[in-house]
Design a protein around this ligand. Structure first.
Ligand code: SF4
Ligand code: SF4
Ligand code: SF4
Length: 380
C-alpha cells in the first residue's frame, strides 16, 4: 500500500491512480465509466480526468474501470482472489455476500463467507479463477437488488455475471461451479482439514487480513512460489495457464467474451494508438499494425485517439487468440498515389489521400475509397 492509497484509505475513498486513467493519457479519451457507475453520483469528470467528490467505497467504479486506475486498497481483485484461495484450501466452496444478505448471514461466523460491499464489485476474472479451483456461491437477497442504495450495482453485477458465464462456456467448465442463491451455504470442510479461518467482515479484520496476505505473498515470492497476480488480466492469464497445465482447455476454438479490433479506414501508421495503448496491445512493427487480444483491456482509447477514426470494435476474439497470445495483423503498409495531389505516400489499403491532403479535409469519410468494400477488398 503506497502513501496515496493509505491516505485515501484513511479518508474512506477509493484510490485514483491518475497515470493509469485513459483521460490522463489523452484528452480525447471518452471513457467515463466510473462516473456513470457511481451510485452516489460522486465522481465528476473534469478536464483533468475524474475527481472523486463523494465515496462510500462500494467498489463499483473500480469494477468497471478497464485500466485498473481505481481501486479500493482493502478490496483489490488480488485480495478477493487470495481470500477465496485461502478458503478453498479448507472448504469446498467460497461464499460471497453483500450487506443486503439476510441478517442471519451477516451474523454467521462460518469461515467460508466473504463480505463484499456489492456483488457488482467482484470482477469476473476473480470469480473465474476461483471457479477453476473450486465452487463459488453468491448470495443474492430474495428480493434482488430492488431498493438497495447501490442499485447501480445490479446492472454491473448482471453484466459481470453474464461475462463470467460466457467465460465458463468457452472453457467448457460446468456452470454449476457458480451458484446464485438467497440461501446461506456454510460449505463442507474438506477431508483432513479443521476450521481455523475467521470471517473477515469488519474493517479491522479486513485490514488485518490484507496485511497478513501481503506478508504471505512477499514470503511466497521470496521463496519463488506462485505469486498472487495483481491485475484482472494477470488473474485471468494465471487461471488459463493453470487450466492448460491440467489439460483442461478445450481443444476446439471458441469465442471469448471480448470484442476484437479492426481497422475500417485509412491508417497512416502514425503510431498514436500504439503509443497510447495503456496495455501495449497495439504494436507497430515491420510496416504492420499488430493487435494482441490477450493484452487488450477494452478501454476504447485507441478508437478515441485515431485522428481518422479508423479503428472500430470487431467480432468477439477467440479463446485461442488469448491463450496463444496471438498477434493479429490490423493494417499493412502499401505505397499509394494521392488522388488529390498525385504524391506517393505510405498507408493501408483504405487511404486514397496522402496524410497532408487528408488532414485538410474535415470529413474523414471522404478518404474512404469508393471502390472498396467494408472489409477493404476491391469490389468487382
Ligand atoms: S473508468 Fe477508469 S479509465 Fe475510465 S475515466 Fe474512470 S478512472 Fe479513467
Ligand atoms: S490506426 Fe489510426 S492512430 Fe493507429 S497508427 Fe493507424 S492512423 Fe495512427
Ligand atoms: S488496444 Fe485495447 S487496451 Fe489498447 S487502447 Fe485499444 S481498447 Fe485499450
Amino acid at each position: 500500500m503506497d502513501i496515496r492509497e493509505l491516505a485515501s484509505f484513511l479518508v474512506g475513498k477509493v484510490v485514483l491512480r491518475r497515470e493509469l486513467c485513459t483521460k490522463s493519457l489523452s484528452p480525447r479519451a471518452s471513457c467515463q465509466r466510473c462516473a456513470e457507475s457511481c451510485p452516489l453520483g460522486g465522481i465528476e469528470i473534469t478536464g483533468e480526468g475524474p475527481e472523486i467528490i463523494d465515496c462510500n467505497r462500494c467498489g463499483l467504479c473500480a469494477a468497471v474501470c478497464p485500466t485498473g486506475a481505481l481501486k479500493d486498497p482493502e478490496r483489490t481483485p488480488a485480495f478477493f482472489l487470495a481470500r477465496g484461495r485461502e478458503i478453498l484450501k479448507i472448504y469446498e466452496e467460497v461464499v460471497f455476500f453483500c450487506p443486503r444478505s439476510p441478517y442471519r448471514i451477516r451474523q454467521e461466523k462460518a469461515g467460508n463467507l466473504v463480505f463484499v460491499p456489492c456483488l457488482g464489485a467482484l470482477p469476473p476474472e476473480v470469480l473465474l479463477a476461483l471457479a477453476v479451483e473450486g465452487r463459488i456461491t453468491l448470495i443474492l437477497p430474495k428480493e434482488g437488488c430492488r431498493g438497495c442504495a447501490l442499485q447501480k450495482g445490479q446492472e454491473i453485477f448482471e453484466n459481470n455475471f453474464s461475462v463470467l458465464h460466457m467465460m465458463l462456456e468457452a472453457l467448457a467448465l460446468p456452470p454449476g461451479r457458480i451458484k446464485l442463491t438467497p440461501e446461506i451455504s456454510r460449505g463442507r470442510v474438506k477431508p483432513g482439514h479443521s476450521v481455523g479461518l475467521e470471517v473477515a467482515m469488519g474493517r479491522r479484520e479486513l485490514f488485518a487480513a490484507l496485511f497478513r496476505n501481503i506478508k504471505r505473498w512477499e514470503r511466497e515470492e521470496n521463496e519463488g512460489r506462485a505469486r498472487i497476480p495483481s491485475t484482472r488480466r494477470e488473474i485471468l492469464h494465471q487461471a488459463l495457464v493453470r487450466l492448460e497445465r491440467e489439460g483442461g482447455l478445450p481443444q476446439e476454438n471458441r469465442d471469448w467474451p471480448q470484442a476484437g479490433l479492426k481497422v475500417v479506414g485509412p491508417c497512416y501508421f502514425c503510431n498514436v494508438c500504439s503509443r497510447l495503448c495503456p496495455a501495449g496491445a497495439l504494436i507497430l512493427e515491420e510496416e504492420r499494425l499488430l493487435f494482441k487480444p490477450s493484452l487488450c483491456l477494452s478501454c476504447g482509447l485507441c478508437l478515441d485517439v485515431c485522428l481518422h477514426r479508423s479503428l472500430s470494435w470487431g467480432d468477439k476474439v477467440s479463446l485461442k487468440s488469448i491463450t496463444t497470445r496471438e498477434r493479429q495483423e490490423l493494417a499493412v503498409v502499401t505505397v499509394k498515389e494521392c488522388i488529390n495531389c498525385g504524391e506517393k505516400f505510405s498507408a493501408n489499403i483504405y487511404a486514397q489521400l496522402c496524410l497532408r491532403c487528408s488532414l485538410q479535409r474535415p470529413n474523414p469519410s471522404f478518404n474512404l475509397a469508393p471502390n472498396l468494400g467494408g472489409n477493404g477488398e476491391l469490389k468487382k
